[in-house]
Design a protein around this ligand. Structure first.
Ligand SMILES: Nc1ncnc2c1ncn2[C@@H]1O[C@H](COP(=O)(O)OP(=O)(O)O)[C@@H](O)[C@H]1O
Ligand SMILES: [Mg+2]
Length: 631
């Protein structure tokens, strides 16, 4: 049981921390708000000076305005009031500037967060399919939400406190030294002791922070998977075991959370006590110095105030330590994602709209002409145009997703323009993999797949994919209307064109029966539609793109035979003169193909037309006559 559960729980060993690098990168984001930062630092300094000064004024207040009045008849309070007024003014300036800089800091931190999120999302669009195939989607989401948010919290709260703390320590130290050197040394000594204590305590908790964020990611990943899989879970009555799986990661998260914070809970009382001790030491020492007439009362009052405030920033920062560490751990996960290498695209052959005259001369057109050409750069900087015909050739392609496991073995095939090529074969034979290679979701070594005679590794991925209309095996619909979803195939398509595509895909009749027809909202991957209807929509989406090459990966697997037949007729009209790859389970679908490839364990074991294959009396024959069934 435990073994089984463990399978659900993805674990990655936390990477070693790179605190310095992470801090640097966070700062590089913050520094894009240079002007505001300068203002913030200025305001912080102002508020620190104000608070240091207000304590400093205790000395003249006592020495010059209070002590002289002691025992005097009819004392003149005007000087005293003036002094108090001055202190109040300084205090107000301090409070006001601290209010302003906190606000600016909030705007900086939300700005930074917005930018990081945008960078993340933009980067996600550039990652290869392999990344999505190998990472939990919930964990990716967690980097977006949870990790960026801890970072925002840290920036809006901790960063200003840090600056303020450091400034305040420096100012206070200078003023204290000017008041009395011996007492200052006592306070400094105590500060060093508290710093050592902080370092000792925090060392222990440090390593848990990354684990907290990681566990949070796993938790999200698990949660997402189980929410998506609710139907399956219910069908198999696996609620309990799923709960156990969750409880395991949840406990891991809680434990890491506890460990990371447990050590730091001692910080507060420890720092408070050290601060009292410092205060008491100063009071005793100061009092004895005053008695010996080496110090005046005003200085002592000021100094005691400083000894109290001096360690305050350290206490505060050490309290924020949790936030800082988890924010940095989160930031590191964000940057890990940002550092995942992008999909490389060294292709320089592009696809352009073309005009082709009777002699076959090709010129580039700025608008859609219904004809396309490959624009191939020559070494000397000139361009050569070649008509996009849809000739696709595989030459001894061997491929595996992982190095050791070969999925396609020495595949050679060709599809001439206008041909319909079909792949049949058992599940897992490698049919979808072939399509993954044509559109370069995964790359094969050089020179093995040619498209109109061009090595597909030379074709820019976007242009390559633009030339291919794909109906993927897994249908994906987006939140939006039915019309929006069809138009996803060609953003410039008019409503009429979308409807025409829907008719072609035979989706029109069911769409019209929906509550709002083409304006019906689809949500949650079109969960209000049947699987077959979703497939019809994705076929319409591919059709509206009007692609030169069409690839249908079990696109009609959930559609009844009659409808399938109608789609086929519609598509045959559309695809006249273009190349179609079709993968289908039903052999009736592939009968009229120019060539049928029978695939088994990544090897083409038979190929030919329907008739020739029947004649051959091989596997296809057996499948067709029902002697064998596709698993
Ligand atoms: N993203 C992937 N990573 C690793 N292996 C994969 C991946 N996708 C498919 N495979 C493996 O490749 C083989 C062929 O899969 P596929 O091409 O999807 O088969 P099908 O013929 O059913 O479309 C299977 O053994 C499958 O396990
Ligand atoms: Mg498949």
């Amino acid at each position: 049981m435990a073994e089984e559960r463990r399978k659900y729980v993805q674990r990655r060993t936390p990477k070693p921390k790179n605190l310095k690098g992470t801090i640097k990168r966070v700062m590089s984001y913050v520094l894009s708000f240079r002007l505001q930062i300068v203002l913030v630092v200025f305001l912080i300094l102002l508020s620190v000076v104000a608070s240091v000064a207000s304590a400093y004024f205790l000395k003249p207040l006592i020495n010059d305005y209070i002590t002289p009045l002691i025992g005097v008849k009819d004392p003149d309070y005007s000087g005293l009031l003036g002094q108090i007024g001055l202190m109040a003014a300084i205090y107000i300036i301090g409070a006001f500037s601290s209010f302003i800089y906190s606000r600016i800091m909030v705007s900086i931190s939300t700005g930074v967060l917005c930018k990081i999120r945008m960078d993340l999302f933009a980067h996600l669009q550039k990652l290869p399919i392999r990344y999505y195939d190998t990472n939990s989607h919930g964990d990716i989401m967690s980097r977006f939400t949870n990790d960026t948010d801890t970072l925002r919290q840290m920036m809006s709260m901790t960063l200003p406190q840090l600056i303020q703390g450091i400034a305040s320590i420096i100012f206070t130290a200078v003023v204290m030294l000017s008041l009395n050197v011996e007492l200052s040394l006592v306070v400094f000594g105590m500060m060093i002791i508290s710093m050592i204590a902080i370092v000792l305590v925090s060392k222990r908790s440090q390593r848990y922070f990354k684990e907290v964020q990681q566990a949070m990611g796993d938790l999200n990943g698990y949660g997402e998977e189980m929410i998506e899989g609710q139907r399956v879970i219910k069908v198999f009555n696996r609620e309990e075991i799923i709960k156990e799986g969750f409880s395991e990661i949840n406990a891991r998260q809680a434990n890491a959370g506890f460990q990371s914070q447990a050590a730091t809970t001692i910080m507060m009382p420890m720092m408070a006590n050290l601060s009292y001790i410092t205060y008491a030491l100063c009071a005793v020492l100061g009092a004895s110095m005053t008695i010996n007439n080496r110090l005046d009362i005003g200085t002592i009052a000021s100094f005691l105030e400083y000894s109290r405030t001096f360690t305050r920033p350290i206490t505060q920062i050490s309290n924020q330590f949790n936030y800082i560490m988890s924010a940095l751990a989160g930031a590191e996960r964000v940057f890990d994602l940002l550092d995942t290498p992008e999909e490389v695209d060294e292709g320089n052959v592009t696809l352009v709209n073309a005009n082709i005259d009777e002699e076959g001369n090709i010129t580039e057109a700025s608008k859609r002409t219904g004809k396309w050409a490959w624009k191939i750069p020559n070494k000397d900087g000139s361009f050569e145009y070649r008509e996009l015909k849809g000739d696709v050739r595989f030459e001894h392609v061997t491929f595996g997703y992982e190095e050791k496991k070969i999925v396609l073995n020495d595949i050679s095939l060709y599809a001439e323009p206008g041909q319909k090529i079909a792949f049949v074969g058992s599940t897992g034979a490698g049919k979808t993999t072939i399509t993954n290679l044509i559109n370069r979701f995964y790359d094969v070594p050089d020179g093995k797949i040619r498209y109109d005679g061009i090595n597909i590794n030379r074709i820019k991925k976007n242009d390559l994919r633009r030339s291919l209309g794909m109906v993927l095996q897994d249908t994906n619909l987006f939140t939006g209307t039915v019309m929006d979803n069809i138009r996803f195939g060609n953003l410039e398509a008019t409503d009429e064109e979308c409807i025409k595509a829907a008719k072609l895909a035979n989706a029109d009749s069911f769409i019209r029966k929906l509550p709002h027809g083409y304006d019906t909202m689809l949500e949650g991957n079109g969960s209000n539609l049947s699987q077959g209807q979703r497939q019809l929509l994705s076929i319409a989406r591919a059709a509206v793109a009007d692609p030169p090459v069409l690839i249908l990966d079990e696109a009609t697997s959930s559609i009844d035979t009659r409808t399938e037949h109608l789609i086929e007729q519609g598509m045959d009209g559309l695809m006249h003169g273009r190349t179609v790859f079709v993968i289908a389970h039903r052999l009736s679908t592939v009968r009229n193909s120019n060539a049928i490839m029978v695939l088994e364990h990544g090897v083409i074991i038979e190929r030919g037309t329907h008739e020739s294959l029947i004649e051959e009396h091989g596997k296809y024959y057996q499948l067709y006559t029902g002697a064998l069934e596709l698993e």
